[in-house]
Design a protein around this ligand. Sequence first.
Ligand code: COA
Ligand code: AMP
Length: 630
Amino acid sequence: MAYIDIYDGWKSDPEAFWMEAARSIDWIRPPSKALFDENAPLYEWFSDGLVNTCWNAVDRHVEAGRGDQLALIHSSPVTHTVKGTTYRELRDHVAEIAGGLRAKGVQKGDRVIIYMPMIPQAVEAMLACARIGAVHSVVFGGFAANELAVRIEDCKPKAIIAASCGIEPGRIVHYKPLLDQAIELSAHKPDFCVIYQREQEICELIPGRDFAWHSFRFGVEPAECVPVEGNHPLYILYTSGTTGQPKGVIRHTAGYLVALSWTMKNIYNIEAGDRFWTASDVGWVVGHSYICYGPLITGATSIVYEGKPVGTPDAGMFWQVIQNHKVKSFFTAPTALRAIRREDPEGLLIKDYNLSNLQAVFLAGERADPETIAWAAKHLKVPVIDHWWQTETGWAIAANPFGIELLPVKPGSPTKPMPGYEIAILDDDGHPVPAGTLGAIAIRLPLPPGTLPGLWNAEARFRKSYLEKFPGYYETGDAGYLDEDGYVYIMARTDDVINVAGHRLSTGAIEEVLAAHPDVAECAVIGAADALKGQMPVGFLCLKKGAQKPHAEVVREVVALVRDCIGPVAAFKSAVVIDRLPKTRSGKILRATMAKIADSESFKPPATIDDPAILDEIRAALQTIGYAKA
Ligand code: COA
Ligand code: AMP
């Protein structure tokens, strides 16, 4: 069948489409129906089914005779190791960890935070929670103690599973002091912590609170898979909103299983026994869906890569992994390809490797610039497929469904909506705009299975952030347009979220940190265009009257403060001191105008600007730090 038949088939009978897709999942009790819309506009999927994610991702493949197949391959150039884990080993490890957690009191519905680098134990910890119905919340290792504390405070975990350290090029990331500090900062304290001691760093354990990964499960009964309802939360994943308080995206169990299973074949063309590699991190949604759950639900082999696209040791490492592990579909962020292209513009290193197993490359996480796509397609000689999604959706809203058919590629567009998604482009009043016209991108409700049913502890925020502006639709926060052929183009965010190296950051959260500096009276943060990372945050600081410190020192201090409070992932390195911020007469800071000045783009000063002369001051200040070039 062609894409259009499948999409139209879904549209004409969504219930039948999703019930059919649900047949790929092992149910303990099959659901009576797909959509539960009694509480519209809040929707659930497969709520009355009984199911277990870990069973579907691990045990059933062992039962089906795949026990000796590799489930995971840990490829770690930063530790010079490559190690495989078979499905049987994975089942046994996960059952033991789950048993250990249960013996210490973790039960269905309890939250467990996971703070680990890209090691197979991170995936095992996620699956162990799923096995006993505990709700995991993975926190990316590049976040600092304060961010971890905010998440501990919000989801109140019974336990935290962490590693002793992570390894970044040239430095060890000491997780344990960050963990201790986060627990100290949080009013909520976990009952216990489990620490995976890596040989690169053995950390001290706090007696009575901390247990070593290798010992805490000795002597306990391995845990069996616990049946959970279809609408039981599998995980909470925090993502940036417009304020310093991150949004805890909830993922229900059954819809996610069904949706991911559908995407593996239809989007990525991956089946049981295939090798799939997503070069991301389990701390992001891409890692949840396509390092851990998606490939395993399908019975494929997933590569867990602990390294960078360049510098570990060179720009050929991605190609070496693809060759050595016979990767069939590969998924990364455009920024990673830009980093490789910068070091190897002619793609010479690509020629050193045999990439004959590779069928396609998938890109997401940020806008894929046509030049990068063209470069990759030319040198890799396979389709390079942009697809668009969000932490909230858990899987692609728009993609080129490679496993169904490769639709004609239009550079700059992630192609067409996937079944389940009806995309609308709306003006400010919520009216659809004609093809080719820019507007807010919205999705007609209900969102499909696998997408967020709500935010943890924050239903009002969920409604306000996503459902209220355009009744009957989900507001994506992205702006863009549809062309005459129904291809979607994602152009910008409509809120204060920026995208730095494929990582989603809140300018509001960075502003909160800058404002905490004792000399800062007022501040603003924008995302300025960056050739490698897509965007980089830039801060503007207005100092308090009488502040004595030299400006350069204040800038140094706020840069350090953001690294300490949010983490290195914020990549906050540039700030300038100015006398005043450009504002409208009603006091709104003109961040979008400032970003245009930083990017040397033409713009019309808003009619409501208080004092247009200030824009020249902004331009001059930005020029001192290498932006706003004439
Ligand atoms: N733990 C601790 N620190 C981390 C980290 C982690 N898991 N991941 C990144 N960091 C640190 C980096 O070491 C760096 O620190 P530094 O300021 O001391 O150099 C900082 O956070 C910024 O990291 P990053 O944005 O990754 O920049 P980089 O310069 O190290 O690497 C790229 C640039 C393009 C190679 C890298 O960003 C990349 O591979 N991006 C892919 C993005 C991606 O996978 N996104 C997921 C969505 S699909
Ligand atoms: P995250 O929730 O971290 O996955 O970030 C989601 C946001 O990243 C989206 O709302 C977009 O702004 C951006 N994004 C993700 N994928 C794409 C893409 N393929 N093209 C353009 N922007 C994208």
